[in-house]
Design a protein around this ligand. Structure first.
Ligand SMILES: C[S@@+](CC[C@H](N)C(=O)[O-])C[C@H]1O[C@@H](n2cnc3c(N)ncnc32)[C@H](O)[C@@H]1O
Length: 299
């Protein structure tokens, strides 16, 4: 896995939106390799940072990358959804960053099975302690369950057809690798590469990843819980990469900023989601689907 890196997306925008009042503690809920975290630490030399990641391998890399700042950094191998339950002084926190999804480091590691472009085992677990994997879903879920996952999380029109074909093929031989699955998708969807057309496996792999890691579960509840714990003036910045996540974040922000939620506990700082500039997308293709929303806690 040596040599793989990850370019933090919307970096200047993240730093700007986190730039509230004074120094304090920042929390990076999805530390990855520590790209955003490092820049936050450089920009705020008197602040400290708490970093969480569910992926122990990424966390180890981040630990190395943030070594020059080790006196100001505390790391947790944890799902950020447990953050509100950690024994922390939440009143000291002045900024929280959530950069959802997976990093290029994870995507470009074939042995993790996240990418349909590289041959590897059907895995896709961010947390290696997780017993649920893409292999289990593909080989053990019922046809109806597969259809539901593909349709709900991948918004795939041919979900039923794909589910049927997978259920039939696995009776002959288990589907064990990313390449085997990609070939089935290509056959069912009669894939012919065309400029500007997205490979049909992209949506199905995303749907599987969401299911394996239960990525949407509790996101809404987490936002509500953490925002109630933070002090006035704290900022929260969330970057998402697909519409299902963005919809949850948008709705949660709107609900908490509404006067019906009495008193409102949030001021939304981004009327529309902030997206990457053309220049950023050219230099980092991953940024093309990033959407950033930011808010400030009010009391
Ligand atoms: C897009 S990357 C973050 C990259 C990071 N901002 C950087 O600049 O290096 C997302 C990271 O969040 C982690 N992650 C995803 N869901 C998580 C969760 N529920 N709890 C903790 N970490 C999570 C992934 O393992 C991955 O390392």
């Amino acid at each position: 896995m040596e040599g793989k890196c990850h370019i933090p997306v919307l970096l200047n925008e993240v730093l700007d939106y986190l730039d509230g009042d004074g120094e304090g503690v920042f929390v990076d809920c999805t530390l990855g390799l520590g790209g955003h975290a490092k820049e936050i630490l450089i920009k705020h030399p008197k602040s400290s940072l708490i970093g969480l990641d569910i992926d122990e391998i990424s966390l180890m890399k981040a630990r190395e990358n943030l070594d020059p700042f080790r006196e100001r950094v505390t790391l947790y191998h944890s799902d950020f959804r447990y953050l509100p339950d950690l024994n922390l002084d939440f009143q000291k926190i002045r900024g929280v960053l959530i950069d959802l999804g997976i990093s290029s480091f994870q995507l470009d590691s074939p042995e993790r099975g996240f990418s349909y472009n590289q041959d590897g085992p059907l895995d896709m677990r961010m947390d290696l302690r997780n017993k649920y994997s893409a292999f289990k879903i593909i080989n053990k879920s019922s046809e109806n369950q597969l259809n539901k996952i593909f349709f709900e999380y991948g918004e795939i029109r041919q979900a039923r057809k794909l589910a049927r074909e997978i259920a039939s093929r696995r009776k002959i031989n288990k589907i064990e690798t990313t390449t085997q699955l990609r070939r089935i998708i290509e056959e069912v969807c009669r894939w012919r590469p065309q400029k500007g057309k997205i490979h049909p496996a992209a949506k199905l792999f995303l749907a599987l990843r969401i299911e394996v890691n239960q990525e949407l579960k509790g996101l809404d509840n987490f936002l509500e819980k953490i925002l109630h714990k933070l002090r006035e003036g704290s900022r929260i910045v969330v970057i998402s990469f697909h519409s299902l996540e963005d919809r949850i974040i948008k709705k949660a922000f709107v609900r908490m900023a509404s006067s019906e939620n009495c008193p409102p506990c949030l001021k939304v700082l981004t009327k529309k989601p902030v997206v990457a500039s053309r220049e950023e997308v050219i230099s980092n293709f991953r940024a093309r689907s990033a959407k950033l929303r930011a808010a400030e806690v009010v009391r």
